[in-house]
Design a protein around this ligand. Structure first.
Ligand SMILES: *Cc1c(COP(=O)(O)O)cnc(C)c1O
Length: 387
């Protein structure tokens, strides 16, 4: 049997080894110049004004909540289909989570559903303080409508772009800050670029950026102009808020900088392979394909999520896994996890249930060979045939 093909994996080369090794031999393993250089690279790529590198996207989400002032008594709306961290950040901050249903075909937040929820919430004076929307698979949610709703109902937009570094929406780059208050990225190895573990928060709001940075480093303030007591010598700093140690170390930031040099290649390879799947899988029985890119609306293609018709997704999953093809399901609706479900506060949402029951992520990553891709497509088609 052929070797295991994962649904996604990192692309590491000799320039990455060199970058990490060089930093390993430098004076600073952490808190040196590399995190700042990495932040600058992501800012110039995305168009964001400010970036704070942290040790995971989960940390970035947590800090986003805290920086926006989300706390006990607040409500946060979250896409029902995402990785659990998209919702957990609100719980970490002590807020209540309400799930917003998704489009059954794309898994992206359903803006009609969101608008209906906001309408009701306005009547009940229970509007959310923030909405966490997810660019699932690397495809942007309707950011324009989300932004319009945020203006009308007065909530903050946190865009979970863990999948979507390099994606575009109406010609704008994810993270540029036109529609979102804070955009968060993940650098887990399966994502678009990697730092092993790592994440980043992007914003165009100087105050938010400063708050996120301070909270990522114990809530400590070093900047003399911002100290309560400005009379002390250089050793003096103040802990002004209860913060965390969520910093990204220089070793990992060096890997991030090196990876950013190849992001154009990574995106092009993912996009080319997504187009190839469209060819290879055209006319496949019982399989629906994700929408292709259009001008100005390009997915980063973190995931290639097909939909398996006729309720046979689990069988197709099991067949492919038995043939060493690392398909995966992204995701169980978050409210179905026992931590949420056992509260008795949540009910199944129609779009999320429909999406979950059909979705299957098939292998897609920059180094997937054409032969491997043909094998994945052919095995998928024969598994789905006649279901
Ligand atoms: C991967 C992922 C996260 C968490 O990222 P980490 O860097 O592993 O903390 C959050 N949200 C989504 C949608 C993800 O896919």
């Amino acid at each position: 049997m052929s070797a295991f093909i994962p649904y996604s994996t990192q692309s590491i080369d000799a320039t990455d080894y060199d970058a990490v090794l060089e930093t390993m031999m430098s004076p600073y393993l952490t808190c040196g110049p590399k995190a700042g250089e990495f932040e600058d690279a992501v800012c110039s790529f995305t168009g964001a004004n400010y970036a704070v590198a942290v040790n995971s996207c989960t940390s970035a989400l947590h800090l986003a909540m805290l920086a926006l002032g989300v706390g006990p008594g607040d409500i946060v709306y979250v896409s029902a289909i995402s990785f659990a961290a998209s919702a957990n950040c609100a719980r970490m901050a002590g807020a209540e989570v309400r799930f917003v249903d998704v489009d059954p075909d794309s898994g992206l937040m359903d803006m009609d559903c969101l608008e209906r929820m906001l309408d009701c919430a306005a009547d009940e004076r229970a509007l959310p303080k923030a909405v966490v929307a997810v660019d699932l698979s690397g495809r942007c949610v309707d950011l324009k409508r989300l932004h319009e709703l945020s203006m009308r109902y007065g909530f903050k937009v946190v865009e979970d772009a863990a999948h979507a570094l390099g994606a575009t929406f109406n010609g704008d780059m994810v993270g540029c800050g036109k529609y979102s208050d804070i955009t968060v990225l993940s650098f887990h190895p399966v994502k678009i670029i990697t730092t092993a573990e790592g994440g980043m928060a992007l914003t165009n709001d100087e105050k938010l950026a400063h708050r996120i940075r301070a909270l990522s480093s114990h809530g400590i303030e070093h900047d003399k102009a911002r100290l309560n007591d400005k009379s002390k010598p250089g050793y003096y700093y103040e802990m002004q808020d209860l913060g965390y140690n969520y910093r990204m170390c220089d070793l990992l930031a060096a890997l991030g900088i090196s990876q950013m040099r190849r992001i154009g290649v990574f995106l092009e390879q993912r996009r080319r392979k997504a187009r190839m799947y469209r060819e290879l899988l055209s006319g496949a029985e019982n399989i629906s394909l994700p929408d292709p890119d259009t001008e100005g609306n390009e997915s980063s293609w973190h995931l290639y999520q097909v939909r398996i018709k006729n309720g046979r997704r689990d069988q197709v999953y099991t067949t492919l896994r038995s043939k060493n093809i690392g398909v995966q399901v992204h995701y169980l609706p978050i409210y179905r996890h026992p931590y949420y479900w056992n509260t008795g506060k949540y009910v199944p949402l129609e779009g999320a249930e429909a999406f979950f029951s059909q979705t299957l992520s098939i292998p897609l990553y920059p180094t997937l060979s054409h032969l491997q891709q043909q094998l994945c497509a052919a095995t998928l088609m024969s598994a789905a045939e006649g279901c």
